[in-house]
Each structure stands twice: as structure tokens, then as C-alpha cells.
Write a protein that binds this ligand. Structure first.
Ligand SMILES: Cc1ncc(C[n+]2csc(CCOP(=O)(O)OP(=O)(O)O)c2C)c(N)n1
Ligand SMILES: [Mg+2]
Length: 117
């Protein structure tokens, strides 16, 4: 979700809901560096935190933070009732990884297996 997009949906009061999965970094890159580069992390962990609800407020777009699946479901329900833009920021642990993970350059059947989360 870029500033240009926010500006557009705010300007035209479009009923668009943006859901931001905020893991404070480049999670996919961090995951690749975990699995393939022995945790030699570079340019994927971003110190600090950007509050995307406050960012939306700067454009006049309302929103809320959620940190559980139940709260996310409730926020989506609420957003669907609104005739206005809305931002839902989902707080994620930067160390969370996604499974299954497909080996880069290989087929969909070639999953990387890893134990760490
Ligand atoms: C235009 C472009 N540049 C670079 C990449 C490489 N790339 C893939 S995932 C990723 C990080 C994405 O980070 P984020 O949007 O925070 O999503 P996350 O993986 O944390 O869920 C990057 C840089 C890309 N896919 N496209
Ligand atoms: Mg990220």
C-alpha cells in the first residue's frame, strides 16, 4: 500500500480495505536467507516500526490494529460494512516463516523442509 494509493482511495472516498501484514521487514527475503544462507541476514531486517494506521490517518483514512485471527476476522467484517476506505494492520512477529516454501527455480512439488519458526 503506497502513499499514492492511499491518496487516491481517500480523495475519491472509495470503499477499499487495505490489510497490511506488518512484520517490520522483508520477511520473504529473511526466510530465504534463513533457509539457504545459514542466517547470514542482510538488508531484510528493518529496525523500527511504521504504524500504518497512523499513516492512513494522515490521509484521512481510518483503521485499526489487530493481533489475533479473531480480531482480524472482526475487523474485516466491520470494514465490509463501511462505505469508506479502511486500513487493518496485522501485527506479525518478524521471525515468522511461511510454509510450505517452494525451492527457488524449482517446481511446485519441491518444498523446502525446515523446523525453525
Ligand atoms: C519489484 C520487486 N523488487 C524486488 C522483489 C524481491 N522481493 C520479493 S519479496 C521481497 C520483500 C517483500 O517484503 P514485504 O513487502 O514486507 O513482504 P513480506 O515478505 O515481509 O511479507 C522482495 C524485495 C520483487 N519481488 N519485486
Ligand atoms: Mg514485510
Amino acid at each position: 500500500m503506497t502513499g499514492s494509493e492511499l491518496f487516491t482511495i481517500a480523495s475519491y472516498k472509495l470503499p477499499v480495505t487495505a490489510i497490511v501484514f506488518n512484520n517490520s521487514g522483508l520477511g520473504m527475503i529473511r526466510q530465504l536467507q534463513t533457509v539457504q544462507f545459514n542466517k547470514r541476514f542482510t538488508s531484510c531486517e528493518m529496525p523500527g516500526y511504521v504504524d500504518f494506521v497512523k499513516y492512513g490517518e494522515a490521509f484521512g483514512v481510518a483503521g485499526e490494529h489487530v493481533d489475533t485471527p479473531e480480531a482480524l476476522a472482526a475487523a474485516v467484517e466491520k470494514a465490509m460494512q463501511l462505505d469508506a476506505p479502511y486500513i487493518i494492520e496485522v501485527a506479525l512477529d518478524p521471525k515468522n516463516m511461511v510454509q510450505p516454501m517452494v525451492t527457488p527455480g524449482l517446481g511446485i512439488g519441491d518444498f523446502v523442509k525446515f523446523k525453525e519458526q
